[in-house]
Design a protein around this ligand. Structure first.
Ligand code: ZN
Length: 243
């Protein structure tokens, strides 16, 4: 099958980060690329020209993965606006971990998505798959454990997800909607919470499988180009139906 999906992984820093000496975006780009499912996979970061999100890069991106944590405030309104528009016109978006508090996720969902419970003591997270017939959960076990994770707990201020694919449970007792989908305009959105930088979570085969599946799922199916200028002639004749 011909590969057609162009993927971009964005990170708020191009530097080494926690368990990722090569840069977290590069680690994600590497396993996506090794999966052999995508035409191109590139890694970009905040320090780059136009914050790594130029019109040209966005135009050539079918699916964008977004990882941010401490520097959401450094992402300009212009950058958020460009990404927002591109999602509405069909680009898939995968929001990772602390990307829940990013400008782009809050804009798209329209709620205070930065609000959730959290705790970082390296406790176990059990990720339960609760949608068994969805492309993103394909090949993923019924549940798997992340030995050390950061806890994100309910209540999480998101609108009701269109599909709830994963729920996480933590040793401390909290639960969290850790894998959810949304649609905004032509863009498919997947939020996936595991991925705190201190722990080697993106090296786990289950996590990699989920993100490869998600990037394939989020690719635009061919959102139609619609002309919104005045329609002088009804499509089916004068009265809107064939006479
Ligand atoms: Zn974190």
């Amino acid at each position: 099958m011909e590969k057609s999906i162009n993927v971009t992984v964005w990170c708020e820093t191009g530097d080494a980060l926690g368990a990722y000496p090569q840069g977290l975006h590069n680690a994600i780009a590497e396993f996506l690329s090794n999966s052999n499912n995508f035409k191109t996979v590139r890694a970009v970061s905040l320090e780059q020209p136009e914050q790594g999100m130029s019109e040209e890069i966005l135009r050539n991106t079918d699916v964008l993965l977004w990882w941010g944590h401490c520097f959401h405030h450094l992402v300009s309104e212009e950058t958020a606006e460009r990404v927002h528009k591109r999602v509405l016109s069909g680009m898939g978006l995968i929001v990772l971990h602390s990307g829940h508090a990013s400008k782009i996720f809050q804009r798209l969902l329209g709620t205070e998505t930065n609000k959730l419970r959290w705790r970082e003591i390296g406790e176990r997270e059990r990720v339960w798959k609760i949608a068994h017939h969805h492309p993103i959960t394909e090949g993923v076990p019924e549940y798997f454990d992340i030995p050390k994770s950061e806890m994100y707990g309910e209540f999480f201020h998101i609108p009701a997800p269109e599909e709830l694919l994963f729920i996480s449970w933590y040793e401390g007792g909290e639960v969290f909607r850790s894998g959810c989908t949304f649609t905004r305009g032509g863009g498919k959105i997947f939020f996936f919470s595991p991925g705190h930088e201190s722990y080697p979570i993106y090296y786990m085969p289950e996590i990699q499988r989920i993100l490869v599946n998600a990037a394939k799922w989020a690719a635009p199916p061919g959102f139609p180009e619609i002309l919104y200028d005045e329609q002088k002639t009804p499509p089916e004749g004068k009265y809107g139906f064939r006479v």
